[in-house]
Design a protein around this ligand. Structure first.
Ligand code: MEV
Length: 318
């Protein structure tokens, strides 16, 4: 039997502009995890091996042979991960096995649930078939799968989740981690609305196509915020982060990827004493993050719940 898990993630600064080559900062969120168990069942695999691969994901009420999930149109995302992983491992007719997927990461919330399930599945299968994959290859494969589901993703989600470390991410460049000189606290709050990331990325692309110089200038401002935030985090000047978050949020609003619900949560957090707040991830739903002093984390979380947040997570970035 093989087991693997992968954390959720949040983007601290730089979402969307990261698709256009600007840097972004992201960190793992270990309070939420995807866990995958894979085991050989000893059944006769028969003619079509995919009939003898059972995929179970109780969180979404799924228990089905792989063959059926592959026959869906389009194929079920979990089936695609399993199929692509077996291809990458060079296994074309595996003995019967079962994959069980559990995840406490809310779906479509900006916490990277899809990428985390992919990374944990890839690792569990690599272990089950005793063909270890280096992190770089896990990341590459998870990115390939992200591309099937999200159009033109930057690769930030799969990267931070594969390496489970704070990353300073620039599309297409080797992974760069950053250090946190002074831990800081965040409240993560979920609007409860699925973030339509593919749509918001696509809409922004249309705006960019219509006026590239305007949007390149906006993305450049985001890039500058990200560089300053990294410097502040690495030197322990966390007081500088609140205003940088607010400035990043204002630019995300210009990009049309915030929403009335996100704006309401951002305002509620600030009113309750947060030092800064912004949406995190694709936007128009999903999560927002608020920078708080540890002693006010609980009261900001309560204010966010009162303003409509479906779930809050208090986390310390270190
Ligand atoms: C989604 O988590 C982050 C975006 O920047 C899209 C991407 O980087 O692929 C909105």
């Amino acid at each position: 039997m093989a087991t693997a898990s992968a954390p959720g993630k949040i983007i601290l600064f730089g979402e969307h502009a990261v698709v256009y080559g600007r840097p972004a900062l992201a960190v793992p969120v270990t309070q939420v995890q995807a866990k995958v168990t894979a085991e050989k069942t000893g059944q006769d695999a028969g003619k079509n091996w995919a009939d003898a691969v059972l995929v179970q994901a109780a969180d979404i009420g799924l228990s089905s042979p792989l063959s059926r999930l592959l026959a869906d149109s389009p194929p079920h995302p979990l089936a695609t991960v399993i199929e692509k992983t077996l291809q990458r491992l060079g296994i074309d007719h595996p003995a019967a096995f079962q994959v069980t997927i559990r995840s406490s990461i809310p779906v479509a919330s900006g916490l990277g649930s899809g990428a985390a399930v992919s990374v944990a599945t890839i690792r569990a299968l690599a272990e089950l078939f005793e063909r270890p994959l280096p992190a770089e290859q896990v990341n590459e494969l998870a990115y390939e799968i992200e591309k099937l589901h999200h159009g033109t993703p930057s690769g930030i989600d799969n990267t931070v989740i594969t390496y489970a470390k704070p990353v300073y991410f620039v599309r297409g460049q080797p992974i760069e981690t950053f250090s946190v000189a002074q831990p800081f606290s965040l409240v993560i709050a979920d609007t409860g609305i699925a973030a339509p990331t593919r749509e918001s990325v696509g809409d922004l692309r249309k705006l960019w196509q219509a006026d590239q110089s305007r949007w390149e200038a906006v993305f450049e401002q985001v890039g500058e915020i990200v560089r300053q935030a990294r410097q502040a985090i690495e030197s322990g000047e966390t007081v500088r982060l609140g205003p940088l978050m607010d400035a990043n949020q204002a630019l995300l609003q210009q990009m049309t990827v915030s929403s009335p619900e996100l704006d309401r949560l951002v305002l509620a957090a600030k009113t309750a004493g947060a030092d800064g707040a912004k949406l995190s991830g694709g936007g128009r739903g999903g999560n927002m993050i608020a920078l708080v002093q540890p002693q006010s984390a609980e009261s900001v979380a309560s204010a966010l719940k009162a303003a409509g947040a479906k779930q809050t997570i208090i986390t310390t970035i270190r």
